[in-house]
Design a protein. Structure first.
Length: 256
């Protein structure tokens, strides 16, 4: 309950008191629920390793979770009320400001990867910015989450280097090499493989059907049966001798 009162006076003497008593149970329950939701949200944001912060339409920080505070080396009270120009160099801050304006003006999410150089090391971050709306549906700011994806980037880079080395090895050998991705039905052929049959690099398409059309009609059933048996794990390796049509029109014997 909430009460308020006002004394009633006559000739300067208090002769009575008028009061109003209001039931504010619903209001108190709403305040309690809001406080519980706020605490829950803070707990969730505080436990996630992702950096999360909230900005208004002018790109002023309104809130930041523990991970983002640790990243900047600041307390939340030292972040809120300030902008990126207080924490980054002017060029970086202006780039962030431009992204914020784009998200707010288009009301569309934006994501990207960016790198941070720390001494001899580079950290990669994945950033997602989403517009935030008020009760009337008007966009009044944005929320941003930042995830450290350095490990993922390293794996991707190692895989890229490995693939490049494999390609160099395949292209450098005297044998023609090929790699069939059965999930996409696409075949990679080395430079030597194509040259053996009189073709330029990339002149033969990656489709398996192109290869089937090049195989001699009398050998096709044998080759297909050998491949299918290997795919069914009935043989330890695939091996076949058959004829393939050269670009010049003659038949060339090859060993797979």
């Amino acid at each position: 309950m909430r009460s308020s009162s006002c004394p009633h006076t006559e000739d300067g003497q208090v002769v009575g008191v008028a009061g109003i008593l209001a039931d504010i149970t619903d209001q108190k329950q709403s305040q309690k629920k809001l406080a519980e939701q706020t605490n829950l949200l803070k707990t969730i944001l505080g436990s996630t390793p992702d950096m999360v912060f909230l900005k208004d339409r002018q790109s002023v920080y309104l809130a930041a979770n523990d991970a983002f505070c640790r990243f900047l080396g600041k307390r939340e009270s030292e972040i809120t009320g300030k902008t990126d120009f207080d924490f980054y160099d002017p060029e970086t801050a202006e780039a962030f400001r431009a992204e914020d304006r784009e998200v707010i003006s288009t009301q569309r999410s934006r994501d990207k990867d960016f790198s941070i150089v720390e001494g001899k090391h580079t950290r990669w971050m994945h950033v997602v910015k989403n517009p935030v709306y008020d009760d009337s549906g008007e966009c009044n700011g944005l929320v941003c989450s930042i995830r450290d994806v350095t490990d993922r980037k390293r794996v991707e880079e190692d895989l890229k280097i490995s693939e490049e080395r494999l390609k160099m090895a395949m292209d450098g050998t005297n044998d023609g090499l090929w790699d069939w991705d059965v999930t996409t039905d696409q075949i990679y052929r080395s430079i030597r493989w194509e040259a053996m049959l009189g073709y330029e690099v990339g002149e033969i398409g990656p489709s398996v059907k192109i290869w089937e059309e090049m195989v001699h009609p009398e050998d096709k059933e044998m080759v297909v049966n050998a491949l299918e048996a290997h795919l069914r794990k009935e043989t330890e390796s695939y091996r076949a001798e058959y004829r393939v049509r050269h670009k010049a029109g003659n038949w060339v014997w090859i060993l797979d």
